[in-house]
Design a binder for this molecule. Structure first.
Ligand code: AMP
Length: 280
């Protein structure tokens, strides 16, 4: 595995891959790697000749400095994880390298960014789009792999690709879960043992709401999920929204053929966790 710390090193490696006419799959990450990331690496490796992974905790996508400071980092472990996952090129830059050119980009994602994560975390998606656009440019990837746990992020990135006409295919990958149903996440490391035991409730509540969907209206599903979180004092619900899977706008009644997804952000033990449930 080639480890690149500068854009120049990465460009040199990518040029060789391109000269050999090999296809490139890119998986951008913020490190603290886990099996959720690995599910993306496996898919990208299967569908491309060369797997490129980036590890970079992107400061400009954090609206909360405390969250940025507390974000788990373990570069040595991540590099070993990438090696064991069959990564060919690891891009592990620091912020000075990534933002040698001042990040002055300003993106407009319209209504896609006015709900959920975009609403709760001002500037978050501008930071995401800035880094992802640079990674697409530098890696010249044929395909980019993203997890559906960050459901809104995928919609934003697809829109970025459309707006800028970037020649890349965005591949949305299903959520990988621990055996007890908790979506794996770098932030799970920060949960106390007791909170880690409670955390699978998030998926359990969503699954229960899915099982009840044929007997309930959309607003009844929403009320059910909200009340399930509110009656457990360990959780502090930030939002639960049931949205159209393409426009991300909240819906009250499902239309024929419409894709419908419930998205949740909830605090547990001072850690912000997100998850989704597809209904239709
Ligand atoms: P992160 O390092 O948290 O920024 O995540 C990097 C990529 O991995 C993003 O596209 C995430 O959506 C994806 N990802 C994180 N956790 C999971 C998971 N449990 N299942 C599938 N994809 C995931």
């Amino acid at each position: 595995m080639k480890i690149c710390r500068t854009v120049q090193e990465l460009t040199d490696s990518i040029n060789t891959v391109k000269e050999n006419k090999q296809s490139i799959g890119l998986v951008p990450t913020m490190g603290a790697l886990h099996n959720g990331h690995k599910s993306l690496f496996d898919r990208a490796r299967k569908e491309n000749d060369v797997l490129v992974c980036s590890v970079f905790v992107n400061p400009i996508q954090f609206n909360n400095q405390d969250d940025f400071k507390k974000y788990p980092r373990d570069e040595k472990k991540d590099i070993a994880f990438l090696e064991a996952s069959g990564c060919d090129i690891a891009f592990v830059p620091d912020a000075k390298e990534v933002y040698k050119e001042e990040p002055t980009e300003h993106y407009d994602f319209g209504q896609l960014e006015q709900v959920m994560e975009g609403k709760q975390r001002p500037g978050h998606f501008n930071g995401v789009a800035t880094i992802v656009n640079r990674l697409f440019m530098w890696t010249k990837a044929d395909r980019g792999y993203f997890g559906e746990k960050d459901f809104q992020q995928i919609a934003i990135i697809k829109d970025l690709v459309r707006q800028k006409n970037i020649p890349i295919k965005i591949v949305a990958c299903p959520i990988f879960r621990d055996e007890d149903g908790l979506a794996t996440s770098s932030r799970n490391q920060r949960l106390s043992a007791k909170a880690r035991e409670i955390a699978p409730k998030i998926h359990q509540i969503l699954t229960k709401s899915f099982q009840m969907k044929d007997d309930l209206s959309i607003s009844q599903i929403k009320s059910f999920v909200e009340s399930e979180f509110k009656r457990r004092k360990e959780f502090e619900l930030e939002y639960f929204m049931i949205v159209d899977d393409t426009t991300l706008q909240p819906i009250l009644m499902k239309k024929e053929g419409q894709g419908v997804v419930g998205c949740v952000a909830v605090w547990l033990d001072g850690v912000r966790l997100i998850d989704i449930q597809r209904y239709y």
